[in-house]
Design a protein around this ligand. Sequence first.
Ligand code: HEC
Ligand code: HEC
Length: 327
Amino acid sequence: MSSLVFGGGAFLALMVGCEGPAGADGVDGVDGIDGAAGADGAAGADGAAGADGADGAAGADGEDWPGPVPAEYDAADGIAGGAAYSQWYSTSGGGTGALADYSVTVASDFARCKACHAWDGLGNAGSYASRTGVSTGSSSRPDVAPENLRATAITASYDQLFDLIDRPDGRYMNSADSRHPDYSEYLTEAQVWNLVKFMREEWVNPNDLYDLTISGEPMHYEWDEASGWFLVSPTLSYSNIGQDGDPTNGAAIYTAVCAACHGADGKSMPPGGTQSVGQFVRAKPYEAWFKVKFGEPGDMEPGLVTETADLQDLYAAMADPDLYPDL
Ligand code: HEC
Ligand code: HEC
């Protein structure tokens, strides 16, 4: 039994001890198909704001507008500048006395500042709104410019104003068109500085002396069968002449400064022989003060009355046709 047991044990041992041959290795599996791409993830939350940057370095100190006053401007004469605005070739305007001295052959209005820019500096938006020029029926004078020189005088620096007047790139003076001439050939630097000072300091604000109302459309041509081409012009009317002045003081100024030439009633030495001086002031308030302040070559010296308050008083008196009647 025991051998059986033993034998059985040996058999069992044989059974355990005798391993079978190793199986062949399995074939590697086929690679799987790539999976579909995943959906994009949700956007992340905004990052926190970065810290404020440091303050920049302080800029250099600005200069007070319109910049440092040039020495030439300091030395300039604004009253002579006003005379030059009227007639730069006159002696009171700093010129030789005659336009012909400058070899200029065009009609004088193509040379005079006031002809293109008007006494009030408002160009064709002010007292010259209905004045004809080369393209509106007058061959002897230029079209009035659209620029507002009063605005330019307060927005341009000293040197800019000088350059805008001097303008070496302007048209030749002898061409009869309406652009700004090249004045660098004609005006001395002193004259240009005088003009700059006049524009900045001596030009009286029109509203200080009168009110101007312009009604109707700007100048232009229209056509109809009955009349063909005809010029349409706005209507200008002046009111409140000298309204801010004192007529009593104005009459005293007139007596002291004007009466010796124009008579107590303003009818002597009548402008153009057709108007008393009172009449002139009432018809052309935009021009009379200019002549009184800056002169009229050959007739009146510049500087007769220069303070705006005195001009207001003079206008207040001369607006009265009982004191200064028509011719
Ligand atoms: C024949 C016409 C004419 C005359 C004369 C004339 N100007 Fe002008 N001016 C113009 C016109 C038009 C302009 C606009 C620019 C241009 O067309 O040349 C201008 C421009 C200017 C400007 C610059 C305005 C701006 O806002 O840019 C100034 C300042 C000026 N003129 C001053 C003067 C002075 C001062 C005189 C006299 C010394 C004068 N002008 C004479 C026609 C004239
Ligand atoms: C030295 C003499 C004299 C004095 C002073 C004088 N005038 Fe005249 N004035 C004249 C002469 C001359 C004219 C030109 C008259 C003519 O057209 O024949 C004139 C012209 C005028 C004109 C018209 C200008 C023009 O373009 O035709 C007005 C306006 C005028 N004078 C106002 C006055 C006033 C106001 C005063 C005083 C502040 C005054 N005048 C002082 C001599 C003078």
